[in-house]
Design a protein around this ligand. Structure first.
Ligand code: ADP
Length: 638
């Protein structure tokens, strides 16, 4: 081959250098990951040419067979991987594996740093490299030098050669002449310790392990090594678990086995084949933002979309797999795909099938379902707005409750209803930071006394979802803050409110002066001050007005609107509490004495504090100190 003689040297970007440094100098036991990554790049490149050709585009080298060829040469410690795929122009090489800053590199470096440091953790992490769009660089785990030659499918393209030892820079040269075929050839000059990758048997075994279902022929020294069956078109009974798992790993870049699968085909008015998997966890949950959707859409045997978002609703984006239909035209564009009626029907069917699958798991293997719920609840909660499937989705939700021994004990809404005593007509919930806080929340005192179960919500999304659902079957979903005390007195709720009356019972009228005085002091900081029917042990609490959001929702809204204003709520006081009764007496003796004001401010701020609204505790602490000082004085004097 003739080069132009002019070679251009470029530095890798800082984060790529850093990544290369780690890849070159760390010892990974699963180095063979790089073979998988390069083969997967080759397969993607082949898919792209196949697509162009199917769409009738004119490509360079149109008669070249679509295949991946691998050659090994032990004497020269050389492994060569070529494909007849889409190839790359010089610009594309620069963009894809060159100088352009790469956010995936930074994200992957962070992931590596988080790795446990032992060899197992590191291997698990290195396995993830493909997910970050930097898989190509993994070749430098085993290579001391890489020479990549590529010729783009563009008719007037020139071939280029990219060379690097991974140490910080690379060179690019243009090749003159027309004798380089379309595609990419990667010559890997192996490090001494890694010469095993130049061993034919070894490479074959790596390929059958990782890349058996790559949908193009892979030839090692001209011998075919992989199967290219489209697994999703095969009858399920002919496929082994191992084959499914292998296929899943190939399409998902996951190194773990899938948690669940759904292989489902329809052949009738609507034709499609689908092979779907639920992973064990989602990178999105590890904080990587909305990960790439791994749902491949094939139309008439051609992959038209490698990360399709139309065949499943967005909330099921953690599901990976392949969908193929003969009923969609090949020339469909991504934009028209969204409107395609066949796609809509497929989506409806697959959504129902998947939800049924989740429900089956919940029913037949509650422990496994718990794991599933813990991993994917965030997605399923987004599904609250899927009205067509609401009945199924609400059966999938799980919550811990006031009855549970700890937060690990979770139940569904159906279980809650089953626990309900006769006469209870609503399902109650309350949000709070922890079980400890909710176990002591004054607003739940009457619930505790009447032994009414309350769903404990810790996740901001929960309350949103429950209030959006509004009802579960016939039962209203009600925030405990908005519950009417009368609603909690059921025939056999286990409450014994008659025997259990506090010693000092008080007429409402006795504490009316306290209410009047509190209203004067608090002014428009509260909507109202009234006697509570829900408090048992605490002197006061804040609740929402009937048509107000609950305090938790309000906090969320405040956060979203960045509002500094404190919400107005209703202050309820416990007429049976000694403090309130004594305040009534104090007011009777001296209506305007300063102590009543101190007590009122303190009660109010205490409630704000419990509700999480108090931003500045200084005043509260100063006041408390003053009260203690006075009390200490009284004791010393007495
Ligand atoms: P990813 O494949 O996840 O994007 P890589 O680092 O493996 O990340 O590859 C970066 C890019 O380089 C690919 O997206 C592709 O555009 C290009 N590329 C890599 N290998 C090939 C190949 N064999 N043929 C054509 N393009 C390739």
């Amino acid at each position: 081959m003739t080069t132009t003689g002019e070679s251009r040297t470029h530095e890798f970007k800082a984060e790529i250098k850093q990544l290369l440094d780690i890849l070159i100098h760390s010892i990974y036991t699963s180095k063979d990951v790089f073979v998988r990554e390069l083969i997967s790049n080759a397969a993607d490149a082949l898919e792209k040419v196949r697509f162009k050709q199917a769409a009738g585009e004119d490509v360079f080298g149109k008669d070249q067979a679509l295949a991946i060829r691998i050659e090994t040469n032990k004497d020269e410690r050389l492994l060569v991987i070529s494909d007849s795929g889409i190839g790359m122009t010089e610009e594309e090489v620069e963009t894809n594996i060159g100088t352009i800053a790469h956010s995936g590199a930074t994200a992957f470096l962070e992931q590596l740093k988080k790795g446990s440091g032992d060899s197992e953790g590191k291997d698990a992490d290195i396995n993830l490299i493909g997910r970050f769009g930097v898989g190509f660089y993994s070749v430098f785990m085993a290579a001391e030098k890489v020479v990549l030659t590529s010729r783009s499918a563009n008719q007037d393209s020139q071939a280029i050669v990219w060379t690097s030892d991974g140490a910080g820079s690379y060179t690019v040269e243009t090749i003159e002449g027309n004798d380089i075929p379309r595609g990419t050839t990667i010559e890997i000059h192996l490090k001494e310790d890694d010469e095993n990758f130049a061993d034919e048997a070894e490479i074959k075994s790596v390929i059958t392990r990782y890349s058996n279902f790559v949908p193009f022929p892979i030839l090692v020294n001209e011998q075919r090594v992989n199967q290219t069956t489209a697994l999703w078109r095969e009858p399920a009974r002919q496929i082994t678990d191992e084959q499914y798992t292998e296929f899943y790993k190939l399409i998902s870049h996951d190194y773990q086995d899938p948690m669940m699968r759904l292989h489902h085909s329809l052949d009738g008015a609507l034709q499609y084949n689908a092979l779907l998997f639920v992973p064990q966890s989602s990178p999105e949950l590890m904080g990587f933002g909305e990960g790439e959707v791994s749902l491949q859409l094939y139309v008439q045997r051609v992959l038209i979309d490698g990360s399709n978002k139309d065949c499943l609703p967005n909330y099921l984006r953690f599901v990976k797999g392949v969908v193929e239909s003969q009923d969609i035209p090949l020339n469909v564009s991504r934009e028209t795909l969204q409107q395609n009626r066949v796609i809509h029907k497929i989506r409806d069917n697959l959504t129902r099938k998947l939800l049924d699958r989740f429900l089956d798991l919940a029913k037949n293997d509650p422990d496994e379902y718990k794991t599933f719920w813990k991993n994917f609840q965030r997605f399923l909660k987004e599904g609250y707005s899927d009205f067509a499937n609401r009945e199924k989705i609400q059966e999938l939700y799980r919550f811990t409750t006031s009855r549970a021994a700890d937060d690990d004990e979770i139940i569904g809404l159906a279980d809650y209803v089953e626990h309900m005593p006769e006469g209870q007509s609503a399902i109650y919930y309350l949000s709070g930071p922890t079980r400890e806080a909710l176990d002591r929340d004054p607003r739940l005192e009457l619930f505790r006394k009447n032994k009414v179960e309350v769903l404990y919500l810790y996740d901001a999304a929960d309350e949103f979802v429950l209030s959006a659902l509004g009802k579960y079957k016939e039962k209203d979903l009600v925030s405990a803050e908005h519950a009417k005390p009368g609603d909690l007195k059921f025939a056999d709720s286990g409450s014994d409110s008659t025997e259990d009356k506090p010693e000092e019972t008080s007429e409402k009228s006795e504490v009316q002066p306290v209410i009047d005085r509190f209203k004067e002091i608090l002014g428009d900081r509260v909507i109202d001050v009234r006697v509570s029917e829900r408090l048992v042990d605490s002197p006061a609490c804040l609740v929402g007005d009937d048509n107000q959001l609950s305090s938790h929702m309000e906090k969320m809204m405040r956060m979203m609107n960045k509002s500094e204003e404190l919400p107005q709520r209703v202050l309820e006081i416990n007429a049976n509490h000694a403090l309130i009764q004594r305040l009534a007496k104090t007011i009777a003796a001296n209506a305007n004495g300063p102590f009543v004001e101190t007590a009122c401010e303190h009660l109010f701020e205490g409630c704000m504090l419990l509700d999480g609204y108090l931003t500045d505790p200084h005043e509260l602490v100063a006041r408390m100190n003053q009260v203690l000082t006075d009390a200490a004085g009284a004791k010393a004097d007495g």
